[in-house]
Design a protein around this ligand. Structure first.
Ligand SMILES: [Zn+2]
Length: 363
């Protein structure tokens, strides 16, 4: 324990000292560091055991200890590492109210200069649990949160990261959602249906930056590309590509092995984006729901084919002025019938696309 306290003291002292020490000549800074290293042995060559002890301490009582401000969740949250820098947690397959709101995925990228989080889950309690998971692998600060899109299951945890000083990046279109009546009525509904995990203290977080085009940045030697997709699944969607690891966080524009909820998506733009993504040489793809894709290109292709089917069948009906019911019954859904969520989602998806195709045809 004495040894642990020394490691924490040593490393944190260096962090705290750095801004002040910059005013000193480099020589004195070096002498101070060398003395600290000599005294406490924090020479950057710590054993695995020391590192895991340090992380355990950081999680429970260290300077970056996770504050338990929100009611803990009972659902299991398992951390998966998909590549050198990338981790994610996978939400349950069912509906939000059966799973304490844990139905979407979130992930993070660990670098030597901080952590970038992708999506913030469906309640502050879930984000607090995610933060605990992050603290099992790194004590680096959370510098940014990239939000795939502003839908309830991905954003109600944002306040946890905002309170830690992270910069929140959202796709253009998020401001439309935040200003909408739907955003506020959805939060009210969730305060009721997901109590106590979503409650009066849960707030809609205003992003620090709206992204409207490709946005590249590097952190700790890891190159990251945020791709703005326009309105695909929602008013604004974006993905995060971790270039070093060739891993893509796709948000809700790809659903691995299940039928997506199309909602108010612009399926024409969505399809364009999917066709572009099929050409990327991905090592892994982490969707907004469901497991990381074992075959990323196949996952993209499945979603692309499903949307093509919807647009084909419903587009023909809209053009021929066929009633929706007849067109829906006549369409051959065979390729997708066996997929999870088909029963729950397909009919509504088809109807949404039918309505949007009528509008497209009138354009
Ligand atoms: Zn979602």
């Amino acid at each position: 324990m004495q040894r642990l306290a020394e490691i924490i003291f040593c490393c944190e002292t260096i962090n705290i000292t750095r801004p002040i020490a910059l005013n000193f000549p480099a020589y004195f800074y070096g002498v101070i560091l060398t003395t600290l290293f000599a005294l406490f042995g924090c020479d950057g060559k710590r054993s695995t055991e020391e590192i895991s002890q340090e992380l355990a301490t950081a999680q429970e009582s260290g300077p970056r200890a996770v504050q338990h401000k929100y009611p803990p969740v009972g659902v299991e949250m398992k951390l998966e590492q998909v590549s050198e820098h990338v981790y994610y947690v996978q939400g349950a397959a069912g509906v939000a109210t059966d799973n304490e709101g844990f139905i979407s995925n979130a992930g993070f990228v660990v670098t030597d200069a901080g952590v970038v989080v992708f999506d913030a889950l469906g309640s502050p309690s879930l984000a607090q649990a995610l933060l605990k998971k992050i603290r099992t692998v790194t004590t680096q600060p959370i510098v940014k949160v990239i939000v795939s899109h502003f839908h309830a299951d991905h954003i109600y945890g944002l306040q946890v990261f905002e309170d830690l000083g992270a910069e929140i990046l959202a796709p253009r279109g998020a401001q439309l959602y935040l200003a909408s009546e739907a955003a506020h009525s959805r939060l009210e509904e969730r305060r009721f249906s997901l109590d106590p995990w979503v409650n009066e203290k849960t707030r809609l977080v205003i992003p620090d930056q709206l992204v409207a085009e490709e946005h590249r940045f590097s952190l700790g030697g890891v190159n990251l590309v945020v791709n703005f997709l326009g309105s695909a699944h929602s008013d604004g969607d974006m993905t995060l590509f971790v270039e070093n690891d060739r891993v893509l966080f796709s948000g809700d524009i790809i659903f691995e092995g299940r039928v997506p909820f199309v909602g108010d998506a612009n399926t024409r733009n969505w399809l364009t984006v999917l066709r572009q993504m099929e050409s990327l040489q991905l090592v892994a793809l982490i969707p907004g729901h469901g497991p990381a894709a074992s075959n990323p290109t196949a996952a993209i292709t499945l979603t692309r084919r499903y949307l093509e089917k919807l647009r084909g069948a419903m587009g023909d009906a809209a053009r021929d002025l066929d009633p929706f019911e007849e067109a829906y019954a006549a369409a051959d859904w065979g390729e997708f019938k066996h997929l999870p969520a088909f029963e729950e989602a397909n009919r509504r998806n088809a109807y949404q696309v039918f309505l949007s195709m009528e509008i497209e045809l009138a354009e």
